[in-house]
Write a protein that binds this ligand. Structure first.
Ligand code: NI
Length: 262
């Protein structure tokens, strides 16, 4: 039993076979999926998918790439979705100084306003952070006052940044990219994350596991991330599945009960 805590089933990549993808996930023992909004349209589609499928929950958010084109009205609209019953988080939101699709100033402005939205609603954050560690920590500590909870999705930082995130109480999430041949440094980071803070995700359609590289990823593949964590940590697969499932249920307050695997 696993939970895919971050994917984008609303993307057009899944338009041809979305229901088949969901069926495969269910058949593979994925007990829940959090579909993460990354734009206004994506957030709307995300909520719709969650409302149509009992095992799917939605996160509402606007990706930093969109920051240059977001209006204040968008933020107001987004805040209006917070009370929808299947909405369990605000994300993905954050900073991306690797691609810099939008200006840093606009990224920071958008991130701060969505952070406030999440805080007012008392919802956890799903944070996208690439090469923006200093500004990320500054905003989380000084603007949010360190009192937010959430997850650093698709973690790509170093040991220092990891320690800061753990110190702030964040969960750390890994995708199937930990299976990549050249991901040795990332696997070293996995070793340092306490199991009670670790989450698993696919970020599908992106980051298909090693044996499927270049192909579309999908939620059932989250088990490859779980297998890799089990290998790195020297734990049984079932143990990794149980703990990460419990972590996801706890962080996102999912109304699910994990069946004991033993
Ligand atoms: Ni994502």
């Amino acid at each position: 039993m696993l939970i895919d805590t971050h994917c984008h089933l609303d993307f057009k990549d899944f338009n041809g076979d979305r229901n088949d993808v969901l069926k495969r996930a269910r058949d593979a023992g994925i007990i829940s999926i959090i579909n993460v909004g990354s734009s206004m349209e994506g957030t709307l589609r995300s909520i719709q998918i969650a409302e149509n499928n009992d095992f799917i929950y939605a996160a509402i958010g606007i990706h930093p790439h969109e920051a240059d084109s977001v209006s204040e009205n968008d933020i107001r609209l987004l805040a209006g979705f917070l009370n929808k019953p299947k909405v369990v988080a605000v994300g993905e939101i954050g900073l991306d100084y690797y691609k810099n699709v939008s200006s840093k100033e606009n990224q920071k402005k958008l991130f701060i306003s969505l952070l406030k939205t999440a805080k007012d609603a008392n919802l956890p954050l799903i944070i996208h952070n690439r090469e923006a560690h200093a500004d990320m920590v500054d905003i989380l500590k000084n603007i949010a006052g360190g009192s937010v909870k959430g997850v650093m999705h698709c973690f790509s930082g170093d040991e220092t940044f990891l320690k800061t995130c753990l110190g702030m109480g964040f969960f750390i999430s890994f995708t199937c990219n930990i299976t990549y041949k050249n991901a040795g440094r990332l696997r070293e980071i996995v070793k340092l994350v306490p199991m009670d803070r670790l989450l698993l995700e696919t970020d599908a359609p992106f980051l298909a596991p090693q044996n499927f590289r270049g192909k579309r990823n999908e939620p059932m593949h989250v088990r490859y991330a779980a297998e890799e964590v089990a290998k790195i940590k020297g734990l049984d697969f079932d143990k990794v599945a149980d703990i990460t499932t419990d972590n996801a249920i706890k962080l996102f307050s999912l109304p699910l009960a994990r069946k004991p695997s033993l």
